[in-house]
Design a protein around this ligand. Structure first.
Ligand SMILES: NC(=O)c1ccc[n+]([C@@H]2O[C@H](COP(=O)([O-])OP(=O)(O)OC[C@H]3O[C@@H](n4cnc5c(N)ncnc54)[C@H](OP(=O)(O)O)[C@@H]3O)[C@@H](O)[C@H]2O)c1
Length: 275
């Protein structure tokens, strides 16, 4: 994998591992397998109730701690400043690690209007060394503009829903213009209709790979960091290897035609969604 270095000394790989739904002993075993298969970024969240499983997997994997980027996220119910401070401390305790590498605000929850307070708490957690780098998830340009205007601190990452049916061209352009890495959640569309899409099936056949492989290499080609979740070592390895598929310009243009205005999977529009 190639790597990119972010501010705060954090180095991100091309592809990370999604852990939604992976918890307890089984979840820890699946995440351990992902680390042993070569993943070096693990995406977790308070909401997934699996920060403990992630920490256990990090310890069980045999991979040096400083090679792994452990991510977690602050839930909407803890945006108020003092609650956010405690929630971050509890995240670190649950992992059993001495710090979390990347900490994000999970959703802006704009109707509550507390995300700037939450951001201030993340800034302080970084200054205290509890987390190494801070970012956001599901933030629209206006939300990020406000964070920067009110605190002077720009997120290093924005994690958003992104797949061929919802490619987020405007958000990607905004993030790139502000030096923010865009991470993709549900990068293979939760293994829904997109995996049997005729255009993607044709491209996959031409390259002798799977549709999931085409989609993940498309993310990498766009400069997006996808976070596929997969339960078996075979799928984990296949997804990680997908970054090696060389798509042509014509492939990328054909995939661009698949964008749909209503392409979100669960209708979770950050402008109105409340976590
Ligand atoms: N920030 C946010 O608000 C947010 C929201 C949602 C998700 N996320 C993060 O993003 C991660 C990924 O999103 P996601 O889990 O919703 O969706 P996803 O990664 O797009 O899809 C996961 C599904 O694809 C299947 N799969 C994996 N590799 C495959 C392959 N090569 N061929 C066919 N099927 C394959 C998995 O099955 P098996 O598991 O059975 O292998 C699973 O059912 C989450 O785990 C979480 O970390 C963040």
């Amino acid at each position: 994998m190639t790597h990119r270095t972010l501010i705060d000394g954090l180095t991100l790989p091309d592809i990370g591992f999604g852990t939604g739904g992976l918890k307890g002993r089984h979840g820890a075993a699946v995440i351990t397998s992902a680390l042993q298969s070569g993943y070096r970024l693990v995406d977790s969240a308070v909401r997934y109730e699996n920060e403990g499983a992630v920490g256990a997997a990090v310890r069980a994997s045999g991979v040096p701690r400083d090679e792994i980027v452990v991510t977690s996220k602050l839930p909407g119910r803890h945006h108020a400043h003092d609650q956010a401070v405690t929630a971050i401390e509890e995240s670190v305790y649950r992992t059993g690690l001495d710090h979390v590498d990347l900490y994000l605000i999970h959703w802006p929850n704009p109707s509550k209007d507390l995300y700037v307070e939450a951001w201030q708490a993340l800034i302080e957690a970084r200054e205290r060394g509890l987390v190494r780098a801070i970012g956001v998830s599901n933030f629209l340009p206006g939300h990020i503009d406000r964070l920067v205007a009110e605190t002077g601190v720009t997120p290093v990452v924005n994690q958003v829903e992104l797949h061929p049916y919802f490619p987020q061209a405007e958000q990607r352009a905004y993030d790139a213009a502000h030096g923010i890495v865009t991470e993709a959640w549900s990068p293979i569309g939760r293994a829904g209709d997109v995996l049997t899409d005729p255009v993607l099936t044709r491209i996959a056949a031409a390259h002798g790979t799977s549709v999931a492989g085409v989609i993940l290499s498309w993310h990498v080609r766009l400069g997006v960091l996808p976070l596929p979740k997969a339960s078996t070592p075979e799928r984990q390895r296949a997804n990680l290897g997908a970054a090696g598929v060389e798509l042509t310009d014509a492939d990328v243009a054909a995939i661009a035609t698949l964008a749909r205005p209503d392409g979100r999977n669960n209708d979770q529009d950050p402008a109105v969604y409340e976590e």
